[in-house]
Design a protein around this ligand. Structure first.
Ligand SMILES: [Zn+2]
Length: 308
């Protein structure tokens, strides 16, 4: 089973205790997979591809409206794997009542998001169960909820924002996809929806990944430093050699001659190590300065050579 399936399965078992939140979650199921049907809206359908989600929808409905006449239909689509489970509310008055309750509890602003924070969390859970998915964190950090209508996508983003998170939106095959890519934000989102087991698994992977990255960064950094040290030392040795082969090292002022000798004896030493070998000891920048003077001398020698 995929990580996404695990999260969905966990969320089908989360039943909010408050009536307001049950209504909110149901309204998400309705917004993302539901319809009022028939000439007089005498039927309200909730569609989902998962029987577990359909069962949850039925539980939520029966909890809120014990005498509601309902029907469950399962339609297998021609492509063998897909199926549509429909929970149907029968009767115009009943469907109308449920619909009205949805509208009543979500009237915050133009996008009609649930008034209460608890209900917004429940709405996100319903939206995720309707059309959401999450990538295995081993592969990438990605959580998404797709919505066919832009108004719904906006509503989902608005809810996510109202809970202090950020979501992006993109289009894929005519459907809008609200997505999150930040590991920390996805963890918060899982927490808000109530997927606590999935959250722990996600966090474990994240900690391991962070550690691996940190180790890699350190190793890379160390390698880069060593490379730099060796390259600098090779350049310095080349300068010294050029002076030796042309005018002779004895032409160097004593201070430069001394450091040139130390370098020749310690070809792989860092500037700091060279400084420590000097008598008296020298700072790294002092050593660097003397090597720059040697470089200038070597360049002068080069010019002389090309002249004659
Ligand atoms: Zn609530």
């Amino acid at each position: 089973m995929s990580f996404s399936d695990d999260v969905r399965q966990e969320l089908t078992r989360v039943i909010p205790s408050a009536r307001c939140c049950r209504t909110a979650e149901l309204s998400a199921f309705y917004d993302l997979g539901g319809f009022l049907l028939g000439a007089n809206n005498q039927v309200m359908d909730f569609n989902n591809s998962s029987p577990l989600v359909a069962r949850k929808i039925l539980l939520l409905l029966k909890g809120l409206y014990p005498d509601l006449p309902t029907q469950v239909l399962v339609v297998k689509s021609r492509s063998r794997r897909a199926q549509i489970c429909t929970v149907r509310v029968l009767g115009r008055a009943h469907a109308g009542q449920v619909y009205q309750d949805f509208r009543d509890q979500s009237v915050l602003g133009d996008l009609e998001i649930p008034r209460k924070k608890c209900c917004r969390r429940a709405y996100l859970r319903g939206a995720f169960l309707s059309s959401g998915s999450i990538t295995n964190p081993e592969r990438a950090y990605h959580l998404e909820i797709s919505a066919e209508q832009s108004r719904l996508a906006e509503r989902i983003i608005e809810i996510i924002n109202s809970l202090g998170l950020d979501a992006g939106v993109t289009q894929r095959q005519g459907t809008l996809v609200v997505y999150m890519k930040d590991g920390g934000q996805i963890v918060t989102m899982l927490n808000l929806m109530g997927a606590h087991n999935a959250l722990l698994r996600f966090e474990n992977v994240r900690v391991m990944k962070d550690m691996r990255n940190q180790v890699n960064r350190l190793v890379n950094c160390e390698t880069a430093n060593v490379d730099k040290t060796v390259k600098a030392a090779m350049d310095q040795l080349e300068d010294i050699q050029r002076i030796e082969e042309t005018i002779g090292l004895e032409e160097l002022p004593p201070k430069l001659l001394e450091i040139a000798r130390v370098r020749m004896e310690n070809p792989y030493a860092s500037l700091q190590e060279i400084g420590d070998l000097m008598v008296p000891k020298m700072s790294k920048s002092g050593v660097n300065y003397r090597f720059r003077q040697i470089r200038e001398k070597a360049q002068q020698v080069d010019k002389l050579n090309t002249k004659y």
